[in-house]
Design a protein around this ligand. Sequence first.
Ligand code: 5GP
Ligand code: MG
Ligand code: MG
Length: 179
Amino acid sequence: MNNDIEKVLFSQAQINHRIDELATTISAKYHDEFPVVVPVMTGAMMFAAELMKRLDFKLNIDYVDVSSYEDSSKSSGKVRLLRDLSHDVSGRPVLMVEDIIDTGHTLEFLNKLFASRGAKSVEICSLLDKPERRETPVKIDYLGFTVPNEFIVGYGLDYNGLYRNLPYVGVLKRSVYEK
Ligand code: 5GP
Ligand code: MG
Ligand code: MG
């Protein structure tokens, strides 16, 4: 598995350190807010678990599953909701947790969805941002790291369902997806 990685961008230690910082910032903001925290499955699973353990306030955990990539390394631009929330977010602050913001379509879709349900506020915390590929503007309230325009895997991010369990964030070798 490690042989398929071109280079490591962020080690587990670097990621943990950054998550500590993000959790401190978010905890200061949300201490009396009682938000619904919404990881976007499956990519955000690992990041969200590490982040939420460090959040020092009352919250509910929910999740959504969406699909924008149809088993390839190209975004289709279409977002489908595969699994909806089980919480009513009307009047509640919502904190979305994402693995990476690429074109921005997924976030725009979810932002509108939660706003249409009367969420008190909608904020986004993303481990990674790939700003070069943005097609629609999105505001990232809490960001781990910015990444170059390459195909990223590890720490929850997959290629065709693989590499999610790598404990670091890395660039996938082109030979893996161009053969
Ligand atoms: P967007 O809707 O912003 O284009 O894409 C969001 C989703 O596409 C991310 O949550 C992630 O699942 C997937 N994605 C975007 N860029 C990458 C990437 O470099 N690597 C992987 N593994 N997934 C990506
Ligand atoms: Mg994602
Ligand atoms: Mg994926």
